[in-house]
Structure formats: C-alpha cells, structure tokens
Design a protein. Structure first.
Length: 273
C-alpha cells in the first residue's frame, strides 16, 4: 500500500505539472510514447510470441491517427480508415500463403481492437488541450476519472456490500460505483469554483455538473472492459508500468470511453454560441 501511495503521488504531481505547464510538443510526444507503451502491453496480453512486423503496423497507424486527430477529426478518421484498410489487405495476403484463416481473423481482430482502444485512451488528450481553457478542461477530465476511481476504491473497501460485476471484477461494488459518481459531481463543483471559474448555476455550470457522473460512469465501464480483456487471458495485471499499480493500461483504462465523450461534450455542448 505504501509503495502504491508514493508512486501515485509522484505520478499525480508529474501529470499536474504537465497538464498546466508542460510545453505542447512535450505533451504530444509523451502521449505518443504512452500510446506505444499501451499497445505493447495490449499486444503482450493477447500474443505469446513477440513479432516486430506484427506490432509495427498497428503502432504506426496508432501514432498516425493520434497525431492526425490533433490536427482535425477529419484527418483522424482518414488515418484510422487507412490503418484498417492496410491491415485488411495484410490479412488477406498472409493467409493466402499458409491457409491459416482462423489465425488471420484472430490477428486482425486483436490488432484493430488494440489500435482503436489506444486511440480512445490517448487520441483526444491533445485536442482537449487545444480547446479554449483546454489545460484546465484536461485537468477536469483527469479529476473526474481518477478522483472517482479513488472514491470507488475506498468506498467499496469500507462500505461495499453489493457486488457490481462479480465475474468481471469481484472487488468492485455498487456502493463504490455510486461513490465514484458522487465524487465526480463534487469534483466538478470544486473545479468550477477554484480552477475553471465557471458559475455552477449558469447553463454551462449545470451541464458540467450533470455530465460529470456520466464521465465517471464511462470511466468505470472502461475499467471493467479492461478487466474483461485481462480475464480472457487469465492475467491479473496488464504489466508492471507503475510500482504497486500494475500496468499502464491498468491505470488509464478509465479514459478509453470517457476521454472521447468528454471532448465531444465540451466541443458541442459547452463551446456552442
């Protein structure tokens, strides 16, 4: 527990500094590096034999897509489509040589899932930063996801009585899930009062307060989905990225669904005239 807390505090301090003061290019470079590390964890989870050529193509299109999304959503969709088409072509050519059609379907399914999953995790961080008040909004997203995660952990540990999804994650409870949503709601008010300087009773303030539990709920589903991935391979952790916390995917899984939805909400519900 002590190692977990120390590592968590150091990581939180570093992320906070990067969010508010880190140069834009450093944030993009870090996001790309984390995307590669996350995909490598994903690949190791589903493929027992490491192969450079199998990993290189999804990683290339992952980097291309994340970079393209930071320019515009249209370019991001084009990059993702090109990656899908290229992988389709590769998995038509390869099984035509050895006849391993079940293997080809498994490979392309996992490669596409891993690429899209990592895009969900990291692809919308830089676009959020580029919005008006983008750094403050990114901090809000992280606050909603990780404060909710901590609230769920401690509430479930102290008050949990009813399991949420016992076959997927036995320690998660309904009480913890509710606590996460309530903590996200409170965190949004804190952010509006002290960081974003938004009137909680304004139209945008009310929208943010109502949307914050949805972000928390999406983060919880992202967490549960990552648990499904690990359980399908009989693994407890996706890796050992952070001492006491498991792999990188174990720490950022809540962003897979919440990050894109948060971006679209801010872009189309708060920034409209």
């Amino acid at each position: 527990m002590k190692t977990r807390i120390i590592a968590g505090v150091i990581a939180a301090a570093l992320v906070t500094w990067l969010t508010f003061s880190g140069p834009h290019l450093l944030i993009l470079a870090l996001i790309l590096a984390l995307g590669v590390m996350a995909y490598l964890e994903f690949d190791k989870l589903f493929f027992s034999t490491p192969k450079f050529w199998r990993k290189s193509m999804p990683i290339f299109f992952l980097l291309l897509t994340v970079t393209a999304i930071s320019v515009s959503l249209e370019w991001g969709w084009i990059a993702m489509w090109l990656g899908m088409v290229t992988l389709f072509i590769r998995h038509v050519v390869l099984p035509s040589r050895d006849g391993d059609f079940p293997g080809a379907v498994h490979h392309i399914s996992m490669e596409l899932l891993g690429m899209w999953y990592c895009v969900g995790l990291f692809g919308f961080v830089v676009p959020i930063v580029q919005l008006e008040m983008g750094r403050q909004l990114l901090f809000l997203l992280l606050l909603l996801v990780f404060v909710g995660d901590s609230a769920a952990y401690f509430a479930g540990k102290w008050f949990g009585r009813h399991t949420l999804a016992v076959r997927v994650s036995p320690k998660k409870t309904v009480e913890g899930s509710v606590a996460a949503c309530l903590a996200a709601f409170a965190a949004s008010i804190f952010w509006m009062k002290f960081i974003g300087h938004v009137d909680p009773l304004s139209a945008n303030g009310i929208r943010l307060m109502l949307f914050s539990p949805i972000v928390s709920g999406l983060a919880q589903f992202g967490d549960l989905f990552e648990s499904v991935l690990k359980r399908s391979q009989h693994k407890k952790d996706s890796g050992s990225f952070l001492p006491g916390h498991g792999g990188l995917l174990d720490r950022v899984d809540g962003l897979a669904l919440s990050s894109p939805m948060f971006y679209f909400f801010i872009r189309y519900c708060l920034e409209r005239p």
